[in-house]
Each structure stands twice: as structure tokens, then as C-alpha cells.
Design a protein around this ligand. Structure first.
Ligand SMILES: [Zn+2]
Length: 88
């Protein structure tokens, strides 16, 4: 699941959840459910889901096993699920 993820999130031109257009300066973040880039509004909705915490923990476990970078590393895969960033 780590193949091309940087490119995927950096260059996504729309939210994969609601199809809202994402400009280069719009913040986006990975969904913990399907690992697709989504807009911040959709992320807020995702955070409301009853199983969000459980799913998040699983994602953290998975991606820490997957990549050598630590969870808190801004370049890491995990990080992009919990911290928004822009396409630049
Ligand atoms: Zn959206």
C-alpha cells in the first residue's frame, strides 16, 4: 500500500469521497478507511464515525510495520493520515 502514495496524495485534484475539487493549496489528508486522499470536511465526518478510533489504531499499526519511518515523521505514510498537507 505504500506504492506511489506520496504522488497520490500530493497530486490528487479532487476529494475521493465527495468529489470536491482540490487545488494545489487546499489541504488534504488520507482516509484511514480506504487510504484515499480526502478533503478536510470529509475527514471531520470520518472522525465522527463510531469505529474511527479503532480503525485509526489499526492503520497506525499497519503502516508502522510497512515503512521504516516513524509515526511522527512528517514524511511518513502514517503521518498523512492524521495531519493535513498541501499539494506543492
Ligand atoms: Zn470531501
Amino acid at each position: 500500500m505504500k506504492d506511489n502514495w506520496q504522488e497520490k496524495i500530493a497530486c490528487a485534484t479532487k476529494c475521493s469521497r465527495c468529489d470536491r475539487k482540490l487545488g494545489p493549496k487546499d489541504q488534504r489528508i488520507f482516509s484511514v478507511y480506504d487510504h484515499e486522499p480526502i478533503c478536510m470536511e470529509c475527514k471531520r465526518k470520518e472522525e465522527q464515525r463510531a469505529d474511527y478510533e479503532e480503525v485509526s489504531k489499526r492503520v497506525i499499526g499497519e503502516c508502522m510495520a510497512d515503512v521504516e519511518l516513524k509515526y511522527g515523521d512528517p514524511e511518513g505514510y502514517c503521518y498523512k493520515h492524521f495531519y493535513p498537507h498541501k499539494c506543492e
